[in-house]
Design a protein around this ligand. Sequence first.
Ligand SMILES: [Zn+2]
Ligand SMILES: [Zn+2]
Length: 259
Amino acid sequence: MSKTITEKELILPSLYLMKLNNGTITTSELKEKLRLIMNPSGNDLDILQGRNDDKFSQKVRNLKAHNTFERYGYAQYKGEARKGFVEITNKGLNHLKINKEILNYLLVNDFKYSDLAEKLREVEDNKNKREIQTFDENIMIQEGIKKVATIKKYERSTKLRNYAIEHFTKNGHISCSCCTFDFGDFYGVHGKGFIEIHHTKPIFQYDNSDINNTLDNALKNLAPVCSNCHRMIHKNWNKPLEIQQLIGYINNNGIFNRL
Ligand SMILES: [Zn+2]
Ligand SMILES: [Zn+2]
């Protein structure tokens, strides 16, 4: 059973949506857009008795009813009751800035919000307040993206990519976990060693922790995939397929024999 989303976990993505929307947003826009980002499941989708609304929507409405943004000083409700909107404050903008990387990580890599929320709570409890670092799978695919990524993050992600490729290469071959495509076999020397690395879970590292340890632990959450299968995994934004699901589609289709 999936874990339900807490009201507290809605704060950061809400601030993000306000910022994107020039600083303000209405509750109905929030409901719609938070649903896309957070992808609620399980009990959060239970319809409330006597309404055509689910528990997730209720939690979004509660942000207003419980004065949640005001209590933290992150945003303020303005306007009339029915046409009201919420506006981000400087404190809210600052909170967003500090935690921006986590949100980018979520959105760019299609991770489940719950996988990040757990880590965010851990960071809040972390007495030393060590900086949390992330590894971006997209940096690992497209060399060109390094222009917009920080050098540190780029280097970290490249290191993980190289580590993964070394780990998954057997007898000089590395192939797609879904369809078994081998770029080296198909394109010859030009394709040799080429592969994309899909992250099945977010990978974090704390500042000062041992990078080799992180890399070893990360391997179980990585899968080498060809570019076609990778696109198919991420075909629906925010709803990546599991590797096994894609293999199931390939097998059920019956055109390609995985051996
Ligand atoms: Zn493939
Ligand atoms: Zn991926």
